[in-house]
Design a protein around this ligand. Sequence first.
Ligand code: NOJ
Length: 538
Amino acid sequence: MTDRHRWWQRGIVYEVSIRSFADADGDGVGDLAGIRSRLDYLAWLGVDAVWITPFFPSPMVDNGYDVADYTGVEPLFGSLDDFDRLLADAHDRSLRVICDFVPNHTSDQHPWFRASRSARDAPKRDWYLWRDPAPDGGPPTNWLSEFGGPAWTLDEATGQYYYHAFASAQPDLNWRNREVREAMYDAMRFWLDRGVDGFRVDVMWHLVKDEAYRDNPPNPDYREGQGSPYRRLVPAYSADQPEVHEVVAEMRAVLEEYEDRVMIGEIYLPVDRLIDYYGRDGDGAHLPFNFHLITTPWDAREIEVVIDRYEGVLPENAWPNWVLGNHDQPRVASRVGDAQSRVAAVLLLTLRGTPTLYYGEELGLRDVPIPPERVTDVRERQQPGRGLGRDPERTPMPWDATEHGGGFTSGEPWLPLGEANLARSVATQREERKSMLMLHRRLIELRRREAALLVGSYRPMPAQGDALAYRRASDGRELVVALNLGAAAQRLVLPDELGELRVILSASGEAEGRTHRDELPLAANEALVLEALGEGRR
Ligand code: NOJ
């Protein structure tokens, strides 16, 4: 049955934040050669694809998400040759490589923007979003930047404002302009021709804005001081516009010119809007990122609702996906605690759909507090002290317990590794049978072995309190996943028809081999995968 599925359906994606994975040249910043030197680790862990955050030439205002050339490599990270070598070595190990594609905005240093801002009648003027000032001289609309303040900056020389959903150094491209589209599709082809296996498309839901430039309405749920001030308005006219789906379908068509590539879309939207990004008749993103395990409180009943709602609205043939963390979000171990992060790992790797792991999640890395003088993140710099900074979840990977560099670099790491994380290094955890790393490796191996987990059906099971449970089945083989999202013991009633069940994986490592029928005791912070021995036996 698994043969009918594409590699990105069966596979696990592993996100590498390039600055922080491995530094080969000792400048304290990770690079392409560093990733290449750690491919054996990824193969050993058992993941299938590496998504690498942007490594294109960039002034690095926003961690490389301000691209100044879509078809080059930032010297800080290496060269095109380094990329080609990395790709070839990854493919030799059956690892796919997914590039970050940042189509919504460029750097203000990109030649396109320089040309666009040069004069009102410049040929590339319409490549970006230029508007006259409002009658009072202020910004043309009330739209806000995700990084704080208005999303419009006045260009004194030409007397017009340009729009930027993020930093002012990241002007938004005008995706209603055909030339822009073609130029960006050519950039995609540049990497596809080199053999990349797909793209993670940055802020896909932002690409198109309201043609009439209407003001966004206020958000009635916003409370001053809680979360980002960007949330003061509902981005009704600045994001998720109906016309975006035409662009997404065109991007998908570019991918379809090649064999077996994947398009993953970064989209923070409620599930009913999110699923539109699969496209009409599946002509959109293969995997519109589902971030609801990140945005939902860690509570069994709330998570159950999210899973059921998502499973319930997925169009036929739309493949699900799940994520616990990324380079924009507090690390899962910091959010839910060490004990629960093991339960979260079992959840992520046993749900139906493609999981994406964020580098270091497999080690249980925590957010690292960053002293003010070492802050690099533009979101923190522009809105200091509100807890919006993303440096804490972007700290270097601890490969071994070497003080300071942790095997990540021989130089001065660009961000501190953090003492607590150094103690969780790969080298240390590889030696501990019950470590977080070994739990991940075993889960990944189990997932690969069990068609029920890889491609099987999903069925929720009734559960109360902090317990969460579901059934996965394929070809008559039935598995039960039972999770305890709390710190008190729980009991789960097992359906009669399942007969006897045996624990094949336990997050604590304590319960394996035990058999149960009718009722399942779930210790505090425990997560179990069980096989049905009765009716459903293979
Ligand atoms: C989403 C990226 O994940 C984030 O890191 C970045 O700041 C914004 N897009 C802007 O590109």
